[in-house]
Design a protein around this ligand. Structure first.
Ligand code: 13P
Length: 247
């Protein structure tokens, strides 16, 4: 298992030309101890696969359903057919704007696992929830819904992404990030899963704050949004992970 994992979530960014340019700029990246990959929009998955190989590519979501005629949806079978490695599930943008409830996220986790994909399960509280002192309870409830009852050796990744830090430039402080990651680590163990599951932090990760985050005991990497569509920034974040985890 690598010491660290850095995943770029491109969200709804780019064109074919931009996708090609970005993957070719990061294609040679190789830092010992750090695994990395990208999650482009569906139409650009093949571009990333062609240049990076399947093992460095994931999707941003997956249908919770199987064998139903759902216009616009993409099944876990299709993602596996492409050879993808990861799929992000439970991102707060989809929980909030695409009505992806805990039950939907759970179904997505199961669909992904059934096809040998590694789910990157996103959890995180809103600012109102944090201000109300509910942050830990919200995150624990999301973890319970997504993970309870899974086999102990299930291969998955958890990403803690406080909603108030996503795309805002307001990164969690090291104290906030470490405190919640420790809670997540403990809960994952209490749910009977391996304590070695990689825990990513997401939310305004940039080259200038990455090293401090990666130095934290329970932060094993990052799920990077905006900075992942800037090749130099993404490279710097992966390098920061390598530097921090080598220490
Ligand atoms: P930003 O890095 O742009 O804040 O996005 C984080 C995120 O949502 C990654 O999934």
């Amino acid at each position: 298992m690598p010491n660290a994992l850095v995943i770029g979530n491109w969200k709804m960014w780019g064109s074919r030309e931009q996708a090609k340019a970005l993957v070719s700029s990061v294609a040679g990246l190789n830092q010992s101890g750090v695994e990395w990959g990208v999650c482009p929009p569906f139409p650009y998955l093949q571009i990333a696969i062609d240049q990076l190989g399947c093992d460095r590519v994931g999707a941003q979501t997956v249908s919770a359903d199987q064998d139903v005629p759902h216009t616009g949806d993409v099944s876990a079978e299709m993602l596996a057919d492409l050879g993808l490695r990861w799929v992000i599930v439970g991102h707060s943008e989809r929980r909030a704007d695409r009505c992806e409830t805990d039950d939907v996220v759970r179904a997505q986790v199961e669909r992904a696992l059934s096809q040998g994909l590694v789910p990157i399960v996103c959890v995180g509280e809103t600012l109102d929830q944090r201000n109300a002192g509910e942050a830990e309870a919200v995150v624990i409830a999301q973890l319970d819904a997504a993970l309870r009852g899974l086999a102990s050796n299930t291969d998955l990744v958890v990403a803690y992404e406080p909603v108030w830090a996503i795309g805002t430039g307001v990164v969690a402080t090291p104290e906030q990030a470490q405190a919640m990651h420790a809670v997540v680590r403990q809960r994952v163990k209490d749910l009977g899963l391996s304590g070695d599951i990689l825990l990513l932090y997401g939310g305004s990760v940039k080259p200038d704050n990455a090293e401090g985050l990666f130095a934290l005991a329970d932060v094993d990497g990052a799920l990077v949004g905006g900075a992942s569509i800037d090749a130099q920034a993404f490279l710097a974040i992966v390098e920061a992970a390598a530097a921090a985890k080598a220490e």
